[in-house]
Design a protein. Structure first.
Length: 258
């Protein structure tokens, strides 16, 4: 029998979004709140985290800012403990935090080793630490959603930020393996591969000329915005995607066809 579907399926769900102090994560936090969820802004920049939570609260929805360094195991565990204590559950984790918009583009053999290690530490180890911190609560609940923000730059093999490419490629393999380990517990793990997405933040990773060239390669001929990623993240977070796991979903206006 057909049943009318009501609501977003995200009402009351607690969604931790790492690195949600600006850019894509900030838009995701607003989108979860608008869908009836409770976003947790787990961001290293305390002022930005609070600002995003305040913006959401000003719109009449619930949100919580928890200053978090995803590269620091103690900080990540404290964040998960605070969320469980104050909100009682962790349903969704969006591993969005990354060293990205501050990256200086340069040939791979000119990347300082310390910078290489820091990018992998935040972008890869940070995902391991955050996922590890939420897995016990999701297992107990028999339900969970982990969404890893990879990048279409991996498919393209974009030059001049090899540490970033290595980190985002790692997330595709981690997504597949974590999906196998967690599927028996009702937890799905998927990755989103955005194309070049233009946020409020100025950055060096795409020059104006490259932006034009990327739009020309897309089937849909306009620059991608964070709002273009909202449908994918809400779907992967919702009960509607219960049988989708281990997948990498490209949302890039048809720039690449992996
Ligand atoms: N914008 C794009 O074109 C694009 C394309 C593909 C993938 N992505 C991915 O999407 C995600 C968001 O991109 P964005 O454009 O909003 O990036 P951004 O650089 O504007 O924002 C990243 C956020 O992460 C935070 N952060 C950095 N280190 C942290 C740490 N150790 N702990 C907690 N927070 C930390 C930053 O303070 C910032 O608020 C990233 O994972 C990025 O790799 C972006």
């Amino acid at each position: 029998m057909m049943q009318a579907s009501t609501g977003t399926g995200l009402e009351g769900r607690v969604a931790i979004i790492t690195g949600a102090g600006q850019g894509i994560g900030r838009v995701f936090a607003g989108a979860f709140a608008a869908a009836g969820g409770i976003p947790v802004v787990a961001e290293i920049d305390a002022a930005k985290a609070q600002q995003v939570a305040d913006e959401i609260a000003a719109g009449g929805a619930r949100a919580r800012a928890v200053t978090t360094d995803v590269a620091d195991p103690a900080s990540v565990q404290t964040m998960a403990d605070i969320v469980l204590r104050e909100l009682g559950r962790i349903d969704i984790l969006v591993n969005n935090a990354a060293i990205f918009s501050t990256i200086k583009m340069r040939p791979f053999d000119e990347i300082p080793l310390e910078e290489w290690e820091r990018v992998l530490r935040v972008n890869v180890t940070g995902v391991f630490l955050a996922s590890r911190a939420v897995a016990p609560a999701m297992r107990r609940a028999g339900w969970g959603r982990i969404i890893n923000m990879s990048s279409g730059a991996v498919t393209l093999g974009r030059p001049n930020y090899l540490h970033y490419i290595a980190s985002k490629a790692a997330l595709i393999g981690m997504t597949r393996s974590m999906a196998r380990e967690l599927g028996g517990h009702g937890i799905t793990v998927n990755a989103i591969l955005p194309g070049a997405t233009f946020t409020e933040i100025r950055r060096e990773t795409v020059t104006p000329q490259q932006k034009e060239a990327i739009v020309a390669m897309q089937c849909i001929k306009r620059p991608e915005t964070p709002q273009d990623l909202v449908g994918a993240v809400l779907f992967l977070a919702s009960p509607a995607s219960a049988f989708v796991t281990g997948q990498s979903i490209t949302v890039d206006g048809g720039c690449t066809h992996p």
